[in-house]
Design a protein around this ligand. Structure first.
Ligand SMILES: NC(=O)c1ccc[n+]([C@@H]2O[C@H](COP(=O)([O-])OP(=O)(O)OC[C@H]3O[C@@H](n4cnc5c(N)ncnc54)[C@H](OP(=O)(O)O)[C@@H]3O)[C@@H](O)[C@H]2O)c1
Length: 349
């Protein structure tokens, strides 16, 4: 490969080149991106990057595990050591494939690893689909994975004809709800605050059964997905009460080691992270509790197919509320981390 001058000593550029997460919060950086020491690496120029709830959790120090800061991206490969991913390829990023990479909140991002890992981590985007749609590939792949796992935990061929309730009308909840509808489920979305439901209604993004406040959803669902920021005890209790006998609660929102709900025999964090299913009981009725964590290459392929092939790509572009550039990003991230926010903020590096 032709090692670009970016592998040499760091030279300061006048315009910011990235936003790095430091112990004191997000900061502009002006240095060139670091090429990993791996034999194989590709350089990606992100065109658009979505701000994810997990970026904001990392800023708040509330997300354990390896950093995935700036991972919802679509961009173009501009330098590559492998013919499997040549320069000019338009790619998204699967952050669950381990790579040595910089943040995606950057004008350029090096990613290093074996050629196989690079190909898995940087799925090629279909031609002819716009970047404002493709930037949703990663969160949509997570949603697709959740529904695949729900089908598996239920030992069902799919979700067709099932009643699904999604708790939490944030970005994760709305993508899960929209995708469940395309799989033939009857879907209701429930949220604590009304403004988020109003936001979705105004953008024609509510599912077929509409939206309800948390306390207003009817019981009797086959599947209830907890897609709130965290799986809090009162939310899990509510989810269990909304289930039919033998129904399935999917743990999708954040959990932490040791999380348990009194009266439910289940290690919540382990079930979510290991994607297990527990057949247990709640208040004398049999229920199932299942987990969903991360994505697979098949989920990315499904998500990219949906974004490319459905007439309006599930309407994801209607969820976009702002586009910011790198210089304004640290302030924007700090604000988003401390305030409630509706819709998706994009970064155009
Ligand atoms: N399992 C996986 O693989 C996976 C993948 C991606 C994301 N996630 C998880 O999904 C979670 C949600 O992400 P997101 O992008 O949807 O976040 P988001 O857009 O910020 O939405 C957060 C949602 O949680 C609700 N909420 C927060 N605190 C609540 C409380 N105390 N009681 C009731 N509802 C509450 C909010 O309701 P209000 O409108 O009332 O504030 C909102 O609906 C993330 O935190 C992450 O842990 C999991």
């Amino acid at each position: 490969m032709t090692r670009s001058q970016e592998t040499g000593p760091a030279t300061r550029e006048t315009a910011p080149t990235s936003v790095e997460l430091t112990p004191s919060g997000p900061r502009l950086s002006h240095g060139p991106p670091r090429r990993p020491d791996t034999a194989d690496a590709v350089l990606v120029e992100p065109a658009l990057v979505g701000v994810c709830r997990s970026d904001l959790k990392e800023i708040g120090g509330r997300r354990p595990g390896p950093s995935q800061f700036g991972h919802e991206l679509v961009g173009v490969v501009t330098d590559s050591s492998t013919p499997l991913l040549p320069a000019g390829s338009r790619v998204c990023l699967d952050p669950n494939v381990p790579l040595d990479r910089g943040t995606g909140f950057a004008r350029r991002m090096w990613a290093g690893g074996s050629p196989g890992a690079l190909v898995r981590a940087l799925p090629v985007a279909p031609a002819g689909t716009g970047e404002r749609r493709l930037v949703f590939a990663e969160p949509l792949a997570c949603a697709a994975h959740c529904l695949t796992m729900a089908g598996r935990h239920l030992r069902a061929g799919g979700l067709r004809g099932l009643r699904v309730c999604v708790l939490g009308a944030g970005m994760a909840g709305v993508l899960i709800a929209r995708l469940a509808e395309t799989a033939g489920a009857e879907v209701l979305i429930a949220n604590r605050d009304a403004d988020r439901l109003d936001f979705l209604r105004a953008r024609d993004m509510l599912p077929s059964l509409g939206g309800a406040r948390l306390g207003e959803a009817d019981p009797g669902h086959d599947v209830v997905v907890v897609a709130t920021s965290f799986v809090l005890p009162e939310l899990l209790e509510r989810a269990l009460n909304l289930l039919r006998r033998d129904g399935l609660v999917m743990l999708y929102g954040g959990t932490a080691a040791g999380d348990r709900l009194p009266g439910l025999s289940c290690d919540l964090d382990r079930v979510r992270r290991a994607e297990l299913v527990r057949e247990t009981s709640w208040r004398g009725r049999p229920v199932r509790v299942g987990g969903s964590y991360g994505t697979t290459s098949e989920d990315f392929a499904d998500a990219l197919r949906v974004l490319a092939d459905t007439p309006d790509g599930l309407g994801v572009e209607r969820l976009i509320t702002a586009e910011v550039s790198l210089p304004g990003l640290p302030d924007t991230l700090r604000r988003l981390a401390s305030d409630r926010h509706l819709g998706k903020v994009l970064v155009r590096p």
